[in-house]
Design a protein around this ligand. Structure first.
Ligand SMILES: [Zn+2]
Length: 354
């Protein structure tokens, strides 16, 4: 084991969803004290050097799409789940936002919801876990943006207009393998208004679950760097959720960023959800992303608690194994620090206009 400890700031986790669904009470304590379930809680973050990340609010679809089972097949095409009504999306969103606020309050200062890049830097320097409030799919946002303003005041700093589902703002990309991401229409008029509303409030727009038409719609409208918080290279794994070289070039052009997703179905060249996936397969994506976006445009977007990750990583405690594999592969310490946390802080600082 190396003596150097590099903190990791991560572009995507679903721990709030896991905690909300968890049987038994006191989900805040389960996070703070650790519950050894899923991939993430405070003790395991600290053990693995996970200093913070984007904590997603995600409204689950009513019934399971069967995506997990399908994505273990050789090829698949998971249908988009039905739309979620505004009122039920708002109820779930309120609950998950409150959960993160309560975790912060009960933590006694060990967890903080960050609202600026200065906050993030301060947390990482002082070993306070840095939580960034993010929405994955804007089902809870009304077309007049009342909810957007309330959530922004509660700390929201990042938003994906769609998950892999349709809503009033646009159409998400279905989970399909092998497939181009060019499936279906892009943003609606309301979606275009949402991009402008996020720009005005300096809320980061996450491209990860948009289809290709939606990606280009955002790219043509936004005044911020293009960011895909948890997506991989289509040239390595031709999954609909991954980014083509043309998309990567646009991200580079905007001085944007891609977070490496640890979901095995988006890593493996065969597109299968299979935990028997090697660190070298993840490094192939990093190499490709660095080549096409540049060393300043790559970070992590683990999808912890939202996906099947390689068994060799296991949970947040396994992050040092990935960093070690990057060292073995020849990445120098400066590159590793950029990918581990510096790039995220820098792109967020530029997005938020600090
Ligand atoms: Zn996602």
């Amino acid at each position: 084991m190396t003596s150097q400890t590099v903190p990791v700031f991560d572009g995507h986790n679903d721990v709030l969803l896991r905690l909300m669904r968890r049987p038994g009470g006191e989900p805040e304590r389960a996070f703070l004290d650790g519950d050894a379930m899923g991939h993430l809680d405070q003790p395991r973050m600290r053990a693995g050097g996970l200093a913070g990340g984007l904590f997603a609010i995600f409204v689950p679809s009513g019934e399971s799409s069967g995506a997990d089972e399908l994505m273990a097949q050789a090829t698949y095409d998971v249908p988009l789940p039905p739309q979620v009504p505004l009122s039920s999306a708002q109820a779930v969103t309120l609950r998950m936002a409150a959960l993160l606020l309560r975790i912060e309050r009960l933590s006694g200062g060990t967890v903080r919801i960050c609202r600026s890049a200065a906050d993030l830097r301060d947390c990482i320097a002082n070993h306070v876990l840095a939580a960034l409030l993010h929405i994955e799919g804007a089902e809870a946002i009304d077309p007049d943006f009342h909810m957007l303003d309330v959530l922004h005041a509660a700390g929201l700093r990042s938003l994906g207009p769609v998950w892999s589902r349709s809503n009033i703002f646009g159409h998400g990309v279905p989970f399909r393998f092998p497939s181009s991401p060019d499936i279906g229409p892009g943003l609606t008029e309301a979606g275009r208004a949402l991009v402008r509303a996020c720009n005005r409030r300096r809320i980061m727009i996450d491209l990860s679950h948009l289809n290709e038409a939606g990606f280009w719609d955002v790219a043509g409208l936004t005044d911020a760097p293009l960011v895909a918080t948890h997506s991989n290279a289509h040239a390595v794994c031709p999954h609909s959720r991954n980014l083509t070289d043309r998309q990567l070039a646009a991200i580079r052009e905007s001085r944007g960023m891609v977070g490496l997703n640890f979901a095995t179905a988006f890593i493996r060249p065969d597109g299968q959800r299979n935990a028997d996936t090697h660190l070298e397969d993840m490094i192939r994506h990093l190499d490709h992303l660095i080549e096409h976006v540049g060393v300043e445009g790559v970070g992590f977007g683990s999808d912890f608690d939202g996906a099947t990750v390689p068994a060799v990583i296991g949970d947040a405690r396994g992050l040092p194994r990935l960093l070690e594999a990057m060292r073995r592969h020849g990445y120098d310490e400066a590159t590793i620090r950029k990918i581990a946390f510096e790039n995220w802080i820098d792109v967020l600082r530029r997005t938020w206009g600090e």
